[in-house]
Design a protein around this ligand. Structure first.
Ligand code: UD1
Ligand code: UDP
Length: 350
């Protein structure tokens, strides 16, 4: 059996790592990297740390508008699929690389396997929501991380080959958390365990809205705690363009994006996580660090139970209040048993 995996953005390297490890044992996997993310610390570092094989094809598409970026990926992926004639095309999550891979394959009648299917924010202004809906509707196998995701697909009349296997990001955390214990990131950055807030912000709805990003920065300046922020290049570029100065925010350490093991250590040891990332919300839940989500919706509604994660949007008072409040949530096991990757490979090879 031959599978072509299409990936291109940071969270996809992390999701692909555990699945690829299982897949490679008995089957042929060829990896296509679209080049959507290309800085060393947004791409290569994850291949090295997580032992993902070097991509068989690197398209080097890079950054562009949605149409140009997705269109160029589509053209190049189609050429590879015509040449390779795989049995399946495997895509992850909801980025433009996901959409390009699933469209190229489905038009060639190659079955699409979607990992992290069925997620919905019900906000079609998010580029990711469009990518998810389109991908789910052309996929042959839909591997869901949660029961909510299964229900979302059923509500859209998708029932065939819909399986809740659990979350591959949970597999990744379980596999790597011991290794992450060896990370020196806390000492390197002068941080004390349980005595800092971890920040990540990159969502278009925040970086591309002056009002939202201004509110977010204002709230950070009202939070006394030490804050560490591995800044996404998108956000760094936007803040530079807007001439917004982060140095006036007290106790804020801006750092470059970090590798996965350092990030796991940072999430686990933080007193709070403030984020608009999908993956980081879940990792906070897996590692029992209370999370404050800088968005109006979340796809990961399970994390909201018992206040483990709260949705605050960009309301300054709410951000400050939840970032400084004490919470002792009761965490549950709602993301599977850490064997999602095995279940995915077993299902497609049956
Ligand atoms: C993309 C995904 C988003 C995902 C995120 C993960 C889409 C529509 N969005 O958003 O769902 O949550 O990745 O991080 O697919 N840039 C660099 N170096 C890089 C990569 C990006 O400088 O290695 C800068 C460029 O200025 C680029 C901008 O970041 O224009 C945005 O990159 P892009 O991949 O288009 O979107 P993300 O915001 O990263
Ligand atoms: N991540 C990382 N280094 C960082 C920031 C994030 O390794 O500096 C990891 C994080 O632990 C998670 C994934 O990247 O596994 C989330 O990716 P991102 O926030 O870029 O995208 P999203 O999940 O929102 O699509």
């Amino acid at each position: 059996m031959k599978v072509i995996t299409i990936l291109g953005a940071r969270p996809q390297f992390i999701k692909a790592a555990p699945v690829s490890r299982v897949l490679r044992k008995n089957h042929i996997e060829k990896i296509v990297h679209t080049g959507q993310h290309y800085d060393k610390n947004m791409s290569d570092i994850f291949f090295e740390e997580l032992h993902i094989p070097k991509p068989d094809y690197h398209l080097g598409i890079g950054s562009a508008s949605h149409g140009k970026q997705t269109g160029e990926m589509l053209i190049e992926i189609e050429k590879i699929l015509l040449e390779e004639k795989p049995d399946y095309v495997l895509v992850y999550g909801d980025t433009n690389s996901t959409l390009a891979g699933s469209l190229a394959a489905s038009k060639l009648h190659i079955p699409v396997v979607h990992v992290e299917a069925g997620l919905r924010s019900f906000n079609k202004k998010m580029p990711e929501e469009i990518n998810r809906i389109m991908t789910d509707h052309v996929s042959e196998f839909l591997f869901c991380p949660t029961e909510t995701a299964v229900r979302n697909l059923n509500d859209e009349n998708i029932h065939h080959n819909v399986l809740n296997v659990g979350d591959v990001m949970y597999d990744a955390v379980l596999y790597n958390q011991q290794l992450a214990e060896k990370s020196n990131i806390l000492t390197d950055k002068g941080l004390e365990e349980d005595n800092y807030h971890l920040i990540t912000v990159h969502r278009a709805e925040n970086t591309d809205s002056i009002e939202n990003i201004t509110n977010i920065l204002e709230s950070f300046s009202k939070i006394d705690a030490v804050k560490v922020w591995p800044i996404h290049p998108r956000t760094k570029n936007k803040l530079n363009d807007l001439g917004m100065d982060l140095h006036r925010i007290p106790n804020l350490k801006i750092i470059e994006p970090v590798g996965y093991l350092d990030m796991i250590k940072l999430v686990k040891s933080a007193s709070k996580v403030l984020t608009d990332s999908g993956g980081v919300q879940k990792e906070a839940y897996f590692m029992e660090t209370p999370c404050v989500t800088l968005r109006e919706q979340t796809e990961w509604v399970e994390t909201l139970e018992d206040g483990a994660n709260v949705i605050v949007g960009t309301d300054v008072d709410k951000i400050v209040s939840y970032a400084t409040s004490d919470t002792k949530p009761n965490y549950k096991n709602v993301f599977g048993d850490g064997k999602a990757s095995e279940k995915i490979v077993e299902s497609i090879t049956k």
